[in-house]
Each structure stands twice: as C-alpha cells, then as structure tokens.
Write a protein that binds this ligand. Structure first.
Ligand SMILES: [Zn+2]
Length: 328
C-alpha cells in the first residue's frame, strides 16, 4: 500500500487503509483531537485514498485526482468550514442537495466538515438526517476539537477517530527532514507545539504567529509588575479575543512551567528554549510556591473555560492572582 502523506497517527492510517482494502467503509467518520494536530490533513488524505485513480493502493499523490484534491479543486470533495464562527443550516442544506446527486468524476462524494461543534442546533439537527440515512456513495468526514461539545446523537452515528498529539521526537524530526527547519528552531517549535505538527508548521511559515507568541509572553511579563486596574483591563481584552483566550493561557502555562523547572534544577526540560536567559531571571525573581500557584491557577482556568464558565469572571480572578516579583 502507498504511504499516506501523513506524519504520525499510524494506527488511524492503518485502520482507514484496511477499511478501504476490505471495502468496509463507514458512512461517517469523526476525527477528534486538539487544534492543528492533523485532523483535516488526515481527512483529506483519506479522501484522496478513496478517490485516487490507483485503487486500492492510493493515495498515489501523482494522479490527476490526487493532485486536484491537493489543490482543493476536485468536485467530488467538498470542504465545509464555519462562517462567522458557526456552521449554518444553509451550509448543511447545500451539502444535502449536492449529496443527493451522483459523484461527478469519482466513486464517492466526500464532504469534510470542519469543527462540527460550531454547528448551530438547527444545522446539527439537519445534518443528523444525512447521518441517519446517508445517500449511497456519500462519505462524511467530520472534525471536532472537543468531544464534549458534539451532540451525542452525532457522536453515535460516526466512527470516532481520536487523534493524539505526536511525540516530541517525531515532531522535531519531521520539521527538520520534511520542512527543512534548522535543528535548533525545530527543537523549539516541536516543544512549543506540544505535538501539534500543524501548529509547528504554521509557526514556522507564518511570522505573524511567531510575533504573536513573543508579544503574548512579553505582555505576561509586563503584567506581573502592573497594578490591578491594568490587569483587569487586560482580562477584559483577553475575554474578547476572537479565537478565545485558551492559546494565550496555554503559552503562559508553558512559561510558568519552565520557570518552575529551572527552580527545581531541571532546566534541560524547558519548552521555551529561545528564552532561557529570561527564564533564569524569572526563576530568581519569584518564590517557587508563587510560580507553582500561578501554574495551578492557569490550568484551573483552562479547565473552567472548557466547562463554559463566565469567561470574563474566570480571567479576572486569574489576573488578580498573578504573581508579583519579590524584588522590584
Ligand atoms: Zn492518486
């Protein structure tokens, strides 16, 4: 069988390959996993394998179908993404109209619906119909970041594929060998990405993302020295951040974790390799109990946000409890 253009997730690739080879396909699959871990990439590779001209050995990566899928221009594969943060019922109805027709060129019509948890209730209910009585030759590939936000009725009608973050070493070596990232940067990106290869590649290729990380860390450091008014003002701003506060808080958690590691004499394990000097300064500035508390606070806040608490309130509490340097 051909190698899929996928790094990691070997068990999932193996399972999907077998399903194709044995002709035992589900009508719907749901790929669940952290943001940018590779859910859509895997769904697209699966679609390529289903539609590739080289059956059942695909995806070959070179036939007309594989190439057009890679360019996003194959009519029997459609990608549906949230518009203005939600998947609307109109989008599902359009899908259903297309799904009722025979495939134009391939054996199947494949629809990838990203972030199904963003579907409005009417949209999700409309989609249930397609999941219950799927038209023949239609395969639905859904992705979701959080299982607990997907309707149980949708979960129960899909084959679930849970994708885990990749091991550190696999991420690092993939960045070096496939994306030509220089070794030191690859090591840094691999640690920062926490096994989400898509994030690492995006951070490598997009200077804006990289800049955003820098300014979020700088902001954290500045905030520790600021008063309550400034801190609450920042909490307000963070609560309105378009893609949510989680990424920023995740960066901060990694930062305090690093400071604590240095304080505990485990500097080799830090994530923010490029800021070692600054981390060492910080380690000298705070008592370890304070750093530990900051880390616990952040992790608790992240958990609360997942449980849909009042975002603003959770962030206010977090900001007020931020550590202060022992020495000015
Ligand atoms: Zn092909």
């Amino acid at each position: 069988m051909a190698a899929w253009p996928i790094i990691g997730h070997e068990w999932a690739v193996g399972l999907l390959q077998k399903a194709i080879a044995r002709g035992r396909l589900s009508h719907a699959y749901l790929f669940i996993g952290p943001a940018q871990v590779g859910k859509t990439t895997l769904a697209r590779a699966f679609a390529q394998a289903l539609l590739c001209e080289q059956q059942p050995a695909g995806p070959c990566g070179v036939c007309r179908v594989c190439q057009r899928i890679a360019q996003g221009r194959f009519p029997d594969l459609q990608l549906i993404v949230a518009e203005k943060n939600t998947i609307q019922i109109d989008q599902v109805r359009a899908l259903q109209t297309d799904a009722a027709l025979s495939p134009l060129e391939g054996r199947y019509r494949v629809f990838i619906i990203r972030e199904i948890e963003r579907a409005t209730l009417p949209a999700a209910n409309a989609l249930l119909k397609s999941l219950e009585e799927p038209p023949p030759q239609v395969i639905l590939l859904l992705t979701a970041t959080r299982r607990d936000q997907v309707l149980p009725t949708i979960l129960s009608r899909c084959q679930l594929m849970s994708l885990r973050p990749l091991p550190l070493e696999q991420t690092r070596s993939a960045l070096e060998t496939r994306w030509g990232v220089e070794p030191e940067r690859a090591a840094l990106l691999a640690r920062l990405s926490a096994g989400r290869l898509g994030w690492a590649i995006a951070a490598h290729t997009n200077p804006d993302l990289w800049q955003a990380r820098a300014s979020q860390l700088d902001r954290l450091l500045a905030l520790t020295a600021e008063g309550y008014v400034e801190r609450l003002r920042y909490a307000e701003k963070l609560s309105r951040q378009e893609d949510g506060p989680e990424l920023t808080l995740g960066l901060w958690a990694a930062w305090w974790r690093d400071v604590l590691l240095i304080q505990r004499g485990a500097a080799d394990a830090v994530i923010n390799l490029d800021r070692r000097a600054q981390l060492a300064q910080q380690a000298a500035l705070y008592p370890p109990e304070q750093v530990e508390r900051a880390l616990t606070d952040l992790l608790r806040t992240l958990r609360r946000l997942r449980a849909n608490v009042n975002v603003r309130l959770a962030l206010d509490v977090l900001m007020l409890r931020l550590p202060r340097p022992a020495v000015a």
